[in-house]
Design a protein around this ligand. Structure first.
Ligand SMILES: [Ca+2]
Ligand SMILES: [Ca+2]
Ligand SMILES: [Ca+2]
Length: 165
C-alpha cells in the first residue's frame, strides 16, 4: 500500500497534474461537464467559463486582478489538497509549486500586461484550451479526446525535460 501511494505521487509529480487522482479521469471534463454525460460541448464549456470568470472577479468590477486570480485558484487547490492522501510535506511542496505557476499563468493570460485580466483575454485562453482538448475538432471534448491530449502533453513534457537535462 505504501509503495502504491508513493508510486502514485511519483506519477503525479512526473505528469505535473494538480492533485487529481488518475481514476478521476480528465480534470477538464470534471470541471466543465455540467450535465454529467461524460463529455463537454462548446456550449457547456462557454457557460462554465462565464460562471468561473464571474466567481473569480470577487469584487465584481468586470476584470480579474492577479490577487483575485490566485485567490480563486488557491481555494480550489485547498479542496484538492484536503481530499488528497499525500503527506503534509508533499502538500506544502505542491501548494508552493502550484501557486508559483498560477502567478506565471496570470502573466501569460494578461496579454496586454496592464495587470488586469479582461473577459476578452480570458475568452482567448479558453478558446485555446478547448481547441487543445478537442483532439478531433468536432466541437465536443470526449473522454477519448481528453486522453489523447493528455498523452500528447505528457510526451511534450518528457521531451522538454530531456532537453533540459
Ligand atoms: Ca475584479
Ligand atoms: Ca489585460
Ligand atoms: Ca471531439
Amino acid at each position: 500500500m505504501q509503495f502504491q501511494l508513493s508510486l502514485t505521487a511519483a506519477l503525479l509529480a512526473l505528469t505535473g497534474t494538480a492533485v487529481a487522482a488518475p481514476h478521476e479521469g480528465s480534470a477538464f471534463i470534471h470541471d466543465y461537464d455540467a450535465d454529467h454525460d461524460g463529455q463537454v460541448s462548446r456550449a457547456e464549456f462557454d457557460a462554465g467559463r462565464v460562471a468561473r470568470f464571474k466567481a473569480t472577479d470577487a469584487n465584481g468590477d468586470g476584470w480579474v486582478s492577479e490577487d483575485e486570480y490566485v485567490q480563486e485558484y488557491s481555494a480550489r487547490l485547498e479542496q484538492q489538497l484536503a481530499a488528497s492522501d499525500r503527506s503534509t510535506e508533499k502538500k506544502v511542496e505542491e501548494r508552493q509549486r502550484q501557486i508559483r505557476q498560477t502567478h506565471v499563468r496570470f502573466g501569460v493570460l494578461d496579454k496586454d500586461k496592464d495587470g488586469k485580466m479582461a473577459k476578452a483575454e480570458y475568452d482567448l485562453s479558453g478558446a485555446r484550451a478547448f481547441a487543445e482538448q478537442d483532439n478531433d475538432k468536432d466541437g465536443i471534448v470526449t473522454a477519448a479526446d481528453a486522453a489523447t491530449t493528455a498523452a500528447r502533453q505528457l510526451a511534450a513534457r518528457q521531451a522538454a525535460d530531456k532537453a533540459d537535462s
